[in-house]
Design a protein around this ligand. Structure first.
Ligand code: CAA
Length: 421
């Protein structure tokens, strides 16, 4: 998968492996290697290829490899690391790759590996990740009156978006296997996968306030991003006409923020006292992008391994105020149901007040290959900015915010992206 996505990204950028002077990779749960980036670069033959003339001229090592591990925040952290390597270490062209195949793992092995990360001493029952997020869910329900159905509505909204993306896992599996998951409304014309509220209510329970359909949807998958310096692109533009098209599609980082928290969630009674990493990371990113706020962002790609994660993220972005995430979701869900009842779903996506979040379907419905999903967030943001999100395009999308979250709210990484030209 890594070779496939690297080749695809290089081709789309009109570049070759010989142009790379940086290579960043994220660890995989299914096939763990120490020094993942070095392992992958060796397997890909990157150390035996020709170094670029720039690298030779500058006397740089032909390839600088780093493995980044901030869990689900990894793709965004790696994007920011690539930016720093370009700005401060003189690199020109860095590839970021991530791949995993947790969808093909048997559930027992998956759960054992995941539970081992946190350990028995966490005091959280297995499956530790859903139960860990449940602790935060309970806090939000008690503190702010978030309701059980509002949590389920997150999945309905995400599934609506995923139903418009043919590569989403929900689209692919629902069309082939699960017609019962489609509502009557959605089946009317062409069948489209949509997870209705009652099917989530009936789904088996995984943790006290989380059902199977409210879990990150385990999947196999991979992604790759290529980041270059502006001077490198300009240099290439002089020698290659095709680069003109590439440059037109280029996206730039306007601001970013990162933050860390404990690996194991604090005890229930202490949660309120813990600052949320996503709040700090968003604030920093908005400030760095020139004091932007939520109203200046057209598209949000927010980590949503469980509904509580998305709800906290919505509040952290400022789309709604703290504690109001559940009500915001309910209002969006009502809008969706009204459109479904009146057969106006097609117009909904053009409505700037309708849920401009995770138009690919997020972890809950597009698919969640362990540390890869925030890569999908970045890719969907680039698609939106380049007006390539066919069937789900947000009008006049100029800025996008991407957020990755690692562990159980243990790491947060945010980037605000905009068109480069
Ligand atoms: N939507 C639709 N279907 C889903 C689904 C979803 N969100 N999640 C699972 N399913 C489907 C599966 O595809 C499977 O379908 P088939 O029977 O047709 O194959 C069926 O439901 C049963 O799923 P599992 O085989 O996974 O069921 P299980 O009982 O073996 O395990 C579970 C259940 C323990 C909840 C397991 O699915 C699980 O652990 N899920 C959560 C995954 C997770 O924790 N991911 C990481 C999130 S945290 C993060 O992303 C941060 C980080 O740093 C990495």
């Amino acid at each position: 998968m890594i070779r496939q996505v690297l080749d695809g990204a290089l081709k789309e950028s009109n570049l070759s492996v010989n142009d790379l002077d940086g290579f960043l990779a994220l660890p995989s749960l299914a096939e763990h290697h120490i020094m993942e980036a070095h392992f992958q670069a060796t397997s890909l033959g990157l150390f035996t290829r020709k170094a670029s003339s720039d690298a030779k001229r500058l006397g740089q090592p032909s390839l600088l490899c780093r493995t980044i591990d901030t869990g689900g925040g990894g793709p965004v952290s790696a994007l920011l690391q690539a930016q720093s390597m370009i700005q401060h270490e003189g690199l020109n062209c860095v590839a970021v790759v991530a791949a995993d195949s947790v969808g093909s793992m048997d559930s027992r092995t998956f759960l054992q590996r995941v539970d081992n990360i946190f350990g028995d001493e966490s005091g959280i029952p297995s499956p530790i990740i859903p139960n860990g997020y449940d602790r935060y869910t309970q806090y939000q329900m008690q503190r702010y009156g978030l309701t059980r159905d509002q949590l389920r509505m997150v999945v309905c909204l995400q599934s609506f978006h995923a139903s418009r993306h043919k590569e989403s896992l929900l689209y692919q599996t629902a069309l082939e296997l699960q017609p019962s998951q489609q509502t009557e409304h959605m089946k009317r014309d062409t069948p489209k996968p949509f997870t209705a509220l009652d099917s989530i209510q009936q789904a088996p329970s995984v943790a006290p306030n989380i059902s199977l359909l409210e879990c990150a949807y385990r999947a196999d998958g991979a992604g790759c991003i290529i980041l270059t310096s502006e001077s490198f692109l300009n240099e290439r533009l002089r020698t290659s006409l095709e680069m003109e098209q590439v440059k037109k599609k280029a996206v730039t980082i306007l601001g970013s923020g990162e933050s860390s928290g404990p690996l194991v969630p604090p005890a229930k009674e202490q949660i309120g006292g813990f600052p949320f990493g996503s709040d700090a990371a968003m604030t920093q990113a908005y400030r760095q992008a020139g004091s932007l706020k939520a109203t200046n962002i057209d598209f949000f790609a927010l980590y949503d391994c469980f509904p509580i994660c998305l709800i906290r993220a919505l509040e952290a972005t400022g789309i709604c105020s703290q504690g109001d995430g559940g009500n915001y979701i309910e209002a969006q869900y009502s809008k969706l149901m009204n459109a479904v009842d009146s057969g106006t779903e097609e117009e909904l996506i053009q409505d700037p007040t309708f849920f401009p979040v995770n138009t690919h379907g997020g972890l809950l419905c597009y698919g969640a290959p362990w540390e890869v999903p925030a890569m999908y967030n970045i890719i969907e943001a680039c698609q939106q900015l380049n007006e390539n999100a066919v069937g789900r395009q947000i009008d006049d999308c100029k800025r996008a915010l991407v957020y990755g979250n690692g562990g159980i709210f243990s790491s947060s990484a945010v980037a605000i992206l905009g068109k480069a030209t």
